[in-house]
Design a protein around this ligand. Structure first.
Ligand code: AMP
Ligand code: MG
Length: 351
């Protein structure tokens, strides 16, 4: 866990899926804009950039860091002191967990049901089998995957809010890898607001979260959507108010073996890395955890499935980038999305 304080400079997190466009301090900048506080933190396997404006900025950065580190420890399934580890270790009985664990599990199970199981917190053993936890990548035998899928009982997960306890069925192991960063970003901006900051932006790899409808100078936030084929470039810029902007994409984590690419997002239907028509999904909605949950689930669904889910459920907007070079932008982002690439064709479906 490392924090590097930065001065007022243009910063970009290359290699992450969503990059905040920061203008940096110039000589003629107003005093309000000069009160820009930044910190770079490494947590949750991710380089994170926090920016807070105003006189309470420094305290807000500290508060955000504390939240992130605490959640990192609590939600890491490999940390014996954390709630998720305890829940898995106690599979087959109710286990007391933190309020955060209850919250993230509630959002995850809500989205598990809403997405027909495309987001599945019970996939931990399968994700492990592919080596995405240890980094020792391998292609498991289908029999091994079938065994793990047969043992998994996500439907049987139970939450007892009154007792702040969760029940993981025996044979199932959970993780919130698909939702944790979004939840952490949400809690971090809430901590920053509590510290007295009105304008802030956090970038946790592919997760961006803003606090406040505008920057102190009254301008909106700008968030770039990365080109999955060239992660130093963007397919477009979203100009937004207070929101979470979360991207899932195969390019964020993958390995290659015998000429085949295996990505870190798993299709719960067969236990294999998703291989469909999508390169990435960017979701924009108010709540960070929901945005993160949805970005993973929509990626699993493929372009048609994601659009069908959008039409059926609503409550979020998205940018889909397809293997065949299309960028599909939903109606609620039509006016806030600026095209930035000649390599893609852009589509703006009515609904
Ligand atoms: P994200 O980057 O938010 O899309 O989350 C991907 C991470 O969540 C992976 O690295 C896995 O740890 C885990 N994961 C992979 N596939 C799924 C899935 N279908 N449902 C839930 N979690 C998943
Ligand atoms: Mg996600």
């Amino acid at each position: 866990m490392k924090r590097i304080k930065t001065s007022c400079k243009a910063l970009a997190l290359l290699g992450s899926s969503v990059v905040i466009m920061l203008t940096g301090c110039s000589a003629g900048e107003s005093p309000a804009a000069a009160e820009k506080h930044e910190a770079q933190v490494f947590a949750m396997d991710t380089v994170m950039l926090f920016t807070a404006y105003g006189e309470h900025g420094a305290e807000a950065l500290t508060a955000a860091e504390e939240v992130i580190y605490a959640l990192e420890a609590d939600l890491d399934p490999a940390n014996p002191g954390g709630s998720v580890y305890a829940a898995n270790a106690g599979a087959g009985q109710y286990v007391p967990v933190s309020e955060d664990c209850i919250n993230i599990m509630s959002t995850t199970m809500e989205q598990y049901r809403a997405t027909g199981g495309a987001l599945d917190p019970g996939l931990y053993a399968v994700v492990q089998a592919w080596g995405f936890i240890s980094g020792e990548y391998r292609v498991p035998a289908q029999t091994e995957l079938n065994g793990l899928l047969a043992e998994k009982n996500t439907e049987g997960l139970l939450i007892d809010e009154a007792r702040s306890a969760v029940y993981v069925p025996a044979g199932t192991a959970i993780s919130f890898g698909a939702v944790g960063k979004g939840y952490a970003a949400q809690k971090a901006v809430e901590a920053m607001a509590a510290a007295g900051v009105e304008s802030a932006i956090l970038s946790l790899g592919g997760n961006v979260q803003t606090l406040g409808a505008t920057k102190p100078d009254g301008s909106l936030w700008q968030v770039a959507v990365t080109d999955p084929r060239d992660t130093g470039a963007y397919v477009g810029i979203l100009t937004i108010g207070e929101a979470a902007v979360v991207t899932s994409g195969g390019y964020q984590r993958f390995f290659e073996q015998d000429g085949v690419t295996y990505i870190h997002i798993i299709d719960p239907a067969d236990g294999w890395p998703v291989d469909n028509d999508l390169l990435s999904v960017t979701v924009v909605t108010e709540d960070g955890a929901k945005a993160d949950a949805l970005s993973t689930a929509l990626f699993v669904m493929g372009a048609e499935g994601a659009l069908a889910h959008y039409r059926a459920e609503g409550g979020f907007e998205m940018v889909l980038i397809t293997q065949d070079g299309r960028v599909i932008v939903t109606p609620g982002l039509r006016d806030s999305f600026g095209e930035r690439s000649g390599e893609y064709s852009y589509e703006y479906p009515e609904k």
